[in-house]
Design a binder for this molecule. Structure first.
Ligand code: CGF
Length: 830
């Protein structure tokens, strides 16, 4: 650039190589130029011999090591902050702390400057982030693909009446040092338009809107290794930009229209974690992201110079939920229409490349897209008409699959209707879970119970058709680097001293924590363990005092429920329990109150902006807190806080401070849960229902160390039936809860009428079965209190819990995927 003369070699060869022009440039030259550009991020004009050597060596190494890669496609990556994590993973925290001190800055303060990268709603996105950490730490060649939203999950504010208010999260307002814009990695993506087949030839898709996908790379440092993986996030840009003609003609709006509508595609993360149906922009996001990612994956595969039939030998693609399912028809389109692969051979490639993780059995969360919307947006994939012309399109899989089902189960029309990719109705809908299932080699759930439910319910027909071996379980996991060492450095230090192991050893092999069991009765450890918990409680109390202006009794038991607000997660049960406790304390004599275990209850979590009942629950929590925190009779024994704007960084303060945490979903509704694992790893005990990964946690730590309550999954359906067809008034069914509800309705915590819609969900059909579980919930809370009175016994439970959390490392989970699905191995760096 700016140079008169090209520094070395043949200028044309360089330029053609850079542009990827195929014809005259030999493969080897292209490959070296490619490495100069992408691996070294250098340009021809500043390339010296050392650089050229590197690029050549990398190009040669490509030939030596055409290792297989796995790609993790997730619409959400909830990364949180990066600096602290990167310093810990690189083992550089102390050095940087010294260095910044010398410059007059405190490193801990600098860490607080960073804004969370909150490109996710909750568990699903945080899981993806933990999996990237584990892949990089285990030197597994796994790349993430996602979207670079301009606005992450909204900021939550609490209004004067206690309601949730939403504000945008402009997280990219300041420069983001953790990403590398890759102006050199761009792809065209087309929407709308029309497709044509002329005389049985390949389809040509033209017209419509063309946008540019540009890559931003986020480096994912492995822990205690030099290996760094990549998360590639796509941003949408206008292909043609500004329409100068319209501008000159004075039509400014029109001039910026195309650039605005292109930029809109990646502007915002949809803030719902279980439902986002029918929204055209969301479907556009999904197609944009899958199309760009597949192009990129194919380009990389082509560098290997292997026949396309070997694609699955080098590429595995994990679909994180149904969001990336359009990758299946898109790859089909590319293979058939651009790579000249025959339909059957293309389908064979597809079903050896994709793997699908389901995260929920809740019917309302199963993605469906209206056929007309799909047809409008993606002409080529949904060109149903061309079937009759004898040309098969990507979506012909609908009829071909159904023919196969019909052959196996002749005449079973109901089965056909259930298994079809198309749900009949006005309009027809495409069932994404069905498409993901038939297009994938394997399908997994995220905890034992969830995977069993999957096979018994939404995937039952598919199990009968494909056989059971296609379906399996990978229980979720969490990275101990962030969720122990980073968020709770004191505990990780104490564990290191107790086990006499360097941190790096157990943080990479979490089952080594079992060694703590040998020491569980040692008074010195018990004392130190309690001191660590106490200091974490004080850190949280300090946070509440500085952000909310409330002083907290850190001698009290800290009881925490932090997660998305959702009826099935039953924050309502928790708040009803708190009110019940408040009323009970109010009714006590001074003598009786002396025996009460002081407790501070913490809530945090966001509600989807359009989820009325969930928002009402927040409002109730905030307003009840206002009353009980000010009640002089009870405030030393019971207080409650709703911490606004829940985030990964806030979780890192809350989790290490909890004595007990609540995971109380209606049995069978929470697929896994991952915060349950984080609390337990940090020595917090668990109060929960027999649901999701709670069950496996109890199996590991022993039922004597968890507090279970409530009905079991098999009972749920019957109970719901009873509620629907033989309702019993709440006063009879559950007088304790009825009393609490009446107090709320009477206006004791502010205008009772406001809460009627929320209270009615319980009084009327009580779909989430609060009236069924309330009494056993209260009993479980009493057991918690009793256990907490014996502090030494409690600490021992806490140590035992931490000790048995090895199974829940995301390193284990990622190994399960690597072996069961992706068939990839660690790529040890010299
Ligand atoms: O995925 C969830 C979470 N809400 O994001 N689901 N989705 N979709 C489940 O509800 C959790 O139970 C699960 O732990 C998480 C990750 O698999």
């Amino acid at each position: 650039k700016g140079q008169e003369k090209w520094p070395r070699g043949d200028e044309k060869v360089w330029k053609d190589g850079l542009r990827g022009v195929d014809k005259d440039v030999p493969e080897i030259t292209k490959s070296v130029v490619h490495h100069v550009q992408t691996s070294l991020a250098r340009q021809a004009y500043n390339l010296d011999e050392a650089g050229a050597y590197q690029a050549t060596a990398l190009s040669v190494r490509d030939n030596l090591l055409p290792t297989k890669r796995a790609y993790y496609l997730s619409l959400e990556f909830l990364m949180g902050r990066t600096l602290d994590n990167a310093l810990l993973n690189l083992g550089l925290k102390n050095k940087y702390s010294d260095g910044t001190t010398k410059l007059g800055f405190n490193l801990e303060d600098l860490l607080e400057q960073e804004r969370d990268a909150a490109l996710g709603n909750g568990g699903l996105g945080r899981l993806a982030a933990c999996y990237l950490d584990s892949s990089a730490s285990q030197e597994l060649p796994v790349w993430g693909y996602g979207l670079r939203y301009q606005y992450g999950i909204f900021q939550q504010l609490i209004g004067p009446d206690g309601s949730q208010l939403e504000a945008p999260d402009p997280w990219l307002q300041h420069d983001n040092p953790w990403e590398l814009p890759r102006a050199d990695v761009t792809y065209d993506v087309r929407f709308y338009g029309h497709s044509e087949r002329i005389d049985g030839m390949k389809a040509v898709w033209s017209g419509g809107q063309e946008v540019l996908a540009m890559a931003y790379d986020v480096m994912i440092p492995g822990y205690a290794t030099k290996n760094t993986n990549n998360l590639r996030l796509w941003e949408s840009k206008p292909k043609r930009g500004f329409d100068l003609n319209s501008f000159n003609a004075g039509d400014y709006e029109r001039a910026v229209e195309s650039s605005n509508s292109a930029a809109a595609i990646t502007s915002v993360l949809y803030p719902n974690d279980h439902t986002t149906f029918g929204k055209e922009l969301r479907l556009k996001q999904q197609y944009f992201w899958t199309a760009a990612s597949l192009n990129d994956i194919l380009r990389r595969f082509k560098n290997l110079d292997k026949p396309i039939s070997e694609f699955p030998e080098y590429v595995s693609i994990q679909l994180n939920d149904t969001h990336p399912t359009l990758a299946i028809p898109e790859l089909m389109r590319i293979l058939v229409d651009e790579e000249d692969v025959k339909w059957d051979a293309a389908w064979d490639i597809i079903t050896r490349t994709f793997f699908f993780t389901n995260h929920t059995v809740l019917p309302e969360a199963l993605e469906k897209w209206p056929v007309p919307l799909m047809q409008h947006l993606m002409r080529e994939h949904s060109d149903f008409k061309s079937m009759h012309a004898g040309n098969l399109t990507a979506f012909d899989v609908v009829s071909i699959f159904l023919q196969a089902v019909e052959k196996k189960f002749p005449g079973d029309r109901e089965r056909l209707a259930r298994m079809s990719l198309i749900e009949e109705g006005f309009p027809q809908n495409v069932r994404m879970a069905n498409l993901a299932c038939i297009g994938s080699r394997k399908v997994n759930g995220v905890a034992e119970l969830h995977s069993e439910l999957l096979k018994a319910t939404i995937m039952k027909d598919f199990v009968e058709f494909f056989g059971i071996s296609k379906f399996f379980n990978v229980t979720n996991g969490i990275t101990p680097r962030r969720w122990l060492d980073q968020c709770n450095p004191r505990l990780s230090q104490l564990i290191s001293e107790t086990l006499q192991l360097p941190k790096a050893t157990f943080l990479k092999e979490l089952s080594l924590l079992e060694g703590l069991l040998k020491h569980v009765d040692e008074p010195a450890l018990i004392k130190k363990w309690a001191a660590v918990k106490q200091s974490n409680k004080e850190r949280l109390a300090h946070y509440v005092e500085t952000t909310m202006g409330h002083k907290i009794n850190t001698q009290a038991m800290f009881d925490v429920q932090i997660k998305r607000l959702h009826e099935y997660k039953r924050q309502t049960l928790n708040i009803m329990g708190v009110i019940h406790r408040y009323l009970a304390i109010k009714a006590m004599t001074a003598e009786e109150r002396k025996k009460v275990n002081p407790k501070v209850v913490f809530f945090a979590g966001k509600a989807a902006p359009g989820y009325y009942i969930a928002k009402l629950t927040i409002r109730l929590i905030v307003n009840v807190a206002r009353i009980i925190n000010e009640d002089p009779e009870t405030k030393d024994l019971l207080s409650m806080f709703f911490l606004p704007d829940y985030s990964v960084s806030l979780a890192e303060i809350l989790i290490p401070a909890s004595d007990i945490s609540q995971h109380i979903s209606t049995a069978g509704t929470e697929a896994s849960g991952t915060s349950n694992m984080k609390f337990c790893l940090n020595g917090g005990l668990l109060l929960g229902t027999v649901d999701g990964a709670n069950i496996e946690i109890a199996e590991e730590v022993g039922e004597q160390n968890v507090f279970f309550f409530g009905h079991l999954t098999p009972a749920v359906e019957d109970l719901r039936y009873q509620h629907m067809y033989h309702p019993v008034p709440i006063e009879q069914k559950c007088p304790g809860l009825a009393k609490v509800i009446n107090e709320v309705a009477s206006g004791r915590f502010g205008d009772g009428g406001v809460y009627e819609p929320l209270l009615n969900t319980i009084r009327q059909n009580d779909y989430y079965l609060l009236t069924e579980d309330f009494d056993s919930y209260i009993q479980a809370l009493e057991l918690v209190d009793k256990a907490y009175q014996d502090r030494t016994g409690w600490i021992k439970k806490s140590i035992r819990t931490t000790a048995k959390m090895g199974k829940f490392s995301s390193d284990r989970a990622i190994q399960d995927y690597a072996q069961e699905c992706w068939n990839i191995e660690s790529n040890k760096l010299p």
